[in-house]
Write a protein that binds this ligand. Structure first.
Ligand code: ACO
Length: 429
């Protein structure tokens, strides 16, 4: 006989028992509300700071098994997707649920190409930033400002309208990102070239000098793979920010700028930068053993190792390592990469890292690759944002269509003072 899919809870305050349904390995937090100690009691809540054990939605987009090191987009293993698909195909897959047929892909690419230009007032807006403004600060400001250029984006309940806004964001983010890059360097803005593909156009807008840039197919495919590997990672911090802000009914430009703000934080988008700083600090291969010993004594961490979800090799890290070899074959071997490879070898054989299931994560090699491609360190997170955008948009769309969702509004446990009387200023100490 199949076991009953329920959970029986006895409240020892009242002696009452409750039988709650178990569905998809979860119980509904709202089912706990009926458990009250007596009249006037609000009912039981769950306490879960940082959402360590709470599913906030049902999602059909990305599957992760952290113990087995599995990542799938709409059921397709990341290894196959990264090997065979283009970034825009992946964006379509995440957003529309299926790989596009030839005609669908053609329309998708054409629609995105059609929207790559930004209003020239965006340039005036960018000029207001200081010469040394952080590119992520610029990016989140400009993307938020786009909502004022497209007031029709407020109509989030019209599917056709949502499609156009998602296309606009996918089309314009590389343009804005490239403009931020040019602003930081004091270079004139290079406008989109719609005869180029998505990645080729972005690279051209960032690196073209005097209207000329010699494309390198290996480096462009490497960048495309890195963006694909970052395209979605289910309910991470920035995606949760997009969903929470979007749940208020705001337009997608504002919701995505909240996602960019979340990604700006060093615990989320900035770890690859920290890997480069760490390699700089080690400075030489001969100093690796001493550095490892320092980490094992608890004095600092091996950056780019460990993950909250992956407790085996991050599947993206494996793929990125291969990309690193392809890129360095083009740009020349770099002593930093040699040091990273040796550091990884030593750590993977060390009992401290083995017993704690600490493996390289996606950030261990990505910073080195971006640096070799010519991007400055504070620009790495901008590349992450371009990669993650399809995921943010797919999750936003899924959230809007989900009838179980309402405005995101967690509960709290109040721990402040009990009710007291206002004290006039001369009575305060
Ligand atoms: N180097 C050395 N020791 C580590 C590391 C590390 N990178 N990561 C975890 N540990 C140790 C901890 O000290 C702890 O040891 P203890 O049990 O002896 O106290 C044990 O492993 C468990 O660590 P937690 O902090 O509980 O693991 P958690 O899952 O919370 O942390 C995190 C995950 C934040 C990614 C962590 O591994 C870390 O700080 N890594 C380095 C930073 C990094 O690379 N971040 C990028 C993450 S990927 C991304 O955001 C896109």
């Amino acid at each position: 006989m199949a076991a009953k899919q329920t959970l029986t809870i006895t409240d020892n305050r009242t002696g009452k028992s409750y039988e709650l349904p178990i569905e998809d390995g979860t119980i509904k937090a709202m089912d706990l509300r009926q458990i009250a100690s007596g009249p006037g009691d609000f009912g039981l809540m769950t306490y879960d700071p940082a959402f360590m054990n709470t599913a906030a939605c049902r999602s059909a987009i990305t599957f992760i098994d952290g113990d087995k090191g599995i990542l799938e987009y709409r059921g397709y293993p990341i290894e196959e997707i990264a090997d065979k698909a283009t970034f825009l195909e992946v964006a379509y897959l995440l957003n529309e649920g299926e790989l596009p047929a030839a005609a669908q892909l053609e329309r998708w690419e054409r629609d995105i190409r059609f929207h790559t230009y930004v209003h020239t007032n965006i340039i005036k807006f960018l000029e207001g930033f200081r010469y040394d403004a952080h590119p992520m600060g610029m990016l989140l400001g400009v993307v938020g400002a786009l909502s004022t250029f497209y007031p029709d984006a407020k109509d989030i309940h019209d599917p056709e309208n949502r499609y156009i806004q998602r296309v606009r964001l996918l089309a314009k983010l590389p343009t804005i990102a490239a403009f931020c890059f040019r602003h930081s360097r004091g270079l004139p803005y290079e406008f989109p070239r719609n005869d180029l593909d998505y990645i080729g156009n972005f690279v051209n807008m960032t690196f073209s000098i005097g209207g000329k840039h010699e494309p390198n197919a290996v480096l462009q495919r490497a960048l495309e793979i890195l963006l694909i590997l970052h395209a979605d990672h289910e309910q991470n911090c920035s995606t949760s920010a997009v969903r929470a802000v979007g749940s208020s009914g705001v337009d997608p430009f504002s919701a995505v700028s909240a996602g960019i703000a979340a990604l700006y934080g060093p615990l989320h988008g900035g770890a690859n930068e920290a890997v480069l700083r760490m390699l700089d600090e080690i400075g030489d291969r001969s100093r690796i053993p001493a550095f490892i010993e320092k980490v094992k004594r608890g004095e600092g961490r091996l950056m780019g190792f460990g993950h909250r979800v992956y407790k085996s090799y991050d599947p993206r890290a494996k793929l990125i390592k291969q990309v690193a070899y392809d890129v360095f074959e083009q740009t020349g071997m770099n002593p930093m990469l040699e040091m990273a490879i040796e550091l990884e070898q030593i750590a993977l054989k060390d009992e401290y890292f083995i017993s704690r299931k600490l493996y390289p994560n996606v950030d261990f090699y990505s910073g080195l690759i971006y640096q070799a491609m010519g991007y400055p360190t504070d620009y790495f997170t901008v590349l992450f944002a371009i990669g993650r955008l399809p995921g943010w948009l797919a999750q936003w769309e899924e959230m809007i269509k989900d009838h179980e969702q309402k405005i995101a509004r967690p509960r709290q446990i109040y721990v402040g003072p009990a009710r007291r009387q206002y004290v006039p200023i001369d009575g305060r100490r």
